[in-house]
Design a protein around this ligand. Structure first.
Ligand code: DCM
Length: 131
């Protein structure tokens, strides 16, 4: 069986804006923007993995709403899937605690102002209907 590692990322939307996070590591990805998220652990659902990753990386409490259709290849053996998500009432304001050094809430007009990771570009396009 071929191992396939799923990376789940969140299209976190609030007030018609999408959260973009600028990576601080590794060096080849640093400075590029992504939908925040991370690897799904064995036995974990993508929804739970996303909530866990966004709490670790942003300090925020979120809920995964709906899967954005599609999946996108990352490095060999890795695939990116995306869920639309929202902040829970009472959540702390997201902050770049881990892996990121800047966050931006982008309006639809601003979406392409940041330098998204190549592999995140189709994922962001897929998420546009949720913004
Ligand atoms: N990744 C990506 N796009 C995202 C989230 C993650 O390309 N929106 C990639 C970066 C890493 C891998 O997935 O190669 C695992 O992510 P992390 O290092 O955040 O766990």
């Amino acid at each position: 069986m071929t191992e396939r590692i799923v990376v789940v990322a969140g299209a976190l939307v609030r007030d018609g804006r999408l959260l973009a996070a600028r990576r601080s590591a590794p060096p080849d990805l640093a400075g590029r923007w992504e939908l925040p998220g991370g690897k799904v652990e064995p036995g974990e659902t993508p929804e739970r993995a996303l909530v866990r990753e966004l709490r670790e990386e942003l300090g925020a409490d979120t809920r995964a709403l709906e899967r954005v259709p599609g999946e996108w290849p990352l490095k060999p053996g890795y695939v990116l899937v995306v869920w639309a998500a929202r902040l829970l009432p009472g959540s702390a304001e997201p902050a770049p605690l881990e892996d990121h050094d800047e966050l931006r809430w982008l309006t639809p007009e601003e979406i392409w102002d940041v330098d998204w990771l190549d592999q995140d570009v189709p994922a962001v396009k897929g998420a546009l209907p949720w913004i």
